[in-house]
Design a protein around this ligand. Structure first.
Ligand SMILES: *Cc1c(COP(=O)(O)O)cnc(C)c1O
Length: 227
């Protein structure tokens, strides 16, 4: 864990009022604790079992964010403790989260993951699917069927490219959908726009990000291939 890098990033974020989600996938609990001891409380994980294991042994005031692809049948494992699920990419998943949030009598904050990148491999809703999910959310809410799920905003990953204009265009697209979501749900606190990673967080901030998800800049490169 690179404390200097962390402080440098925090200085930049503080100036722009942007939150840091420290992405700790594949990192050890000791590495997470070192960052926790510098004051960091929001951590992001991509894998259900890895997250459950870390939650069990790390301090209870950590806010855990799930940012990986989530299968409906695994929601129950993280529902008792997860703070935010940033990777909601279907209505079915949202309804499953609501069910388990109710069961656990707690709120679960959710972001809609939007597919903004050129790569097909990345997950998320396209614009048409976003519109359709948004319509369903609006009607579920008006009939009181989304009580414990709190729709807080959008999340997206830009293309992995050196073309900064392309990245900026993708972030602008995401920001436009965030604004649309906020207009459609005026009574919800749609305030979190999660965009920007180690390689592109400065562009994301310029484009209106409120939360950047940073792993390798703070923890060092991951050994394995998984993203
Ligand atoms: C791994 C990951 C990150 C962090 O990536 P870095 O390049 O290490 O900063 C951010 N968001 C998501 C969804 C990820 O899977």
């Amino acid at each position: 864990m690179d404390a200097d890098a962390y402080h440098k990033i925090m200085d930049i974020l503080r100036l722009s009022g942007v939150q840091l989600l420290a992405v700790s996938k594949t990192k050890t609990t000791d590495e997470i604790l070192s960052l926790y001891n510098l004051g960091q409380r929001d951590f992001g994980e991509n894998y259900v079992q890895e997250l459950a294991g870390k939650h069990a042994v790390l301090p209870g005031d950590i806010r855990w964010h799930f940012i990986g692809h989530l299968q409906s049948n695994k929601v129950k494992i993280i529902a008792p403790f997860v703070h935010m699920i940033q990777s909601v990419d279907s209505l079915k998943l949202l309804l499953e989260i609501e069910k388990h949030a109710v069961k656990n009598q707690r709120n679960i904050y959710c972001l809609l993951q939007i597919h903004i990148a050129k790569e097909e491999t990345k997950f998320g809703l396209n614009e048409k699917e976003f519109d359709s999910v948004l319509q369903s959310i609006t009607s579920l809410k008006s009939s009181g069927q989304l009580s414990k799920v709190k729709i807080s905003g959008c999340m997206g990953m830009a293309s992995l490219t050196a073309n900064q204009e392309e990245v900026r265009r993708e972030f602008d697209t995401l920001k436009a959908l965030q604004d649309k979501l906020a207009r459609a749900l005026p009574e919800d606190a749609v305030e979190t726009l999660s965009m920007g990673m180690s390689s592109d967080y400065r562009i994301a901030i310029e484009a209106g990000s409120t939360m950047v998800r940073i792993g390798s800049l703070i923890f060092g490169e991951r050994q394995d291939a998984h993203k």
